[in-house]
Design a protein around this ligand. Structure first.
Ligand SMILES: [Zn+2]
Length: 150
């Protein structure tokens, strides 16, 4: 009959099984999810620790907070655009900009399609160039515009 499950824990004939402790987020200390064996989702991001200079694993919540703070501080970002939902997201698909508007579309000199897109982030209008033919990324900058239509 062993192993048995009781109150969310596993017991063998020898006693309680303590699961090995997973990696923790270098910022908030939450336990990082196990990576999917065959997937591209790793369950964590990498960031340089400002004190030690070492690269360490951080959770998606902290990665998103860091991205948003970087946007506010530096006024530029490398983000992603979802054509279906028109959402501006970071690399793990968390929405960091909303109410987007396609301002114009054109072809670059290599025949690639580009879109100029404006969106809101923290009460400010950002503009970005979406490289439609080259993936789904969008290079973005904060503007001094008053609105998406100004
Ligand atoms: Zn974290």
């Amino acid at each position: 009959m062993y192993p048995i499950q009781f109150q969310g824990q596993t017991f063998t004939a020898q006693g309680k099984v303590v699961p090995p402790e997973g990696d923790k987020c270098g910022i908030c200390g939450s336990v990082l999810p196990e990576p999917e064996p065959e997937g591209i989702i790793t369950g964590f991001a990498m960031a340089k620790n400002a004190v030690t200079g070492e690269n360490e694993k951080i959770c998606y919540d902290c990665a998103t907070k860091m991205e948003v703070e970087n946007m506010d501080y530096f006024g530029q970002a490398f983000l992603y655009y979802d054509e279906k939902t028109q959402a501006i997201t970071n690399f793990i698909g968390r929405v960091v900009g909303g109410g987007s508007r396609i301002v114009r579309k054109w072809q670059d000199s290599f025949g690639g399609e580009r879109w100029a897109i404006r969106f809101w982030h923290h009460g400010e209008v950002w503009s970005g160039t979406y490289y439609k033919s080259a993936g789904d990324y969008i290079r973005c900058k904060r503007t001094k515009l008053k609105g998406l239509y100004s």
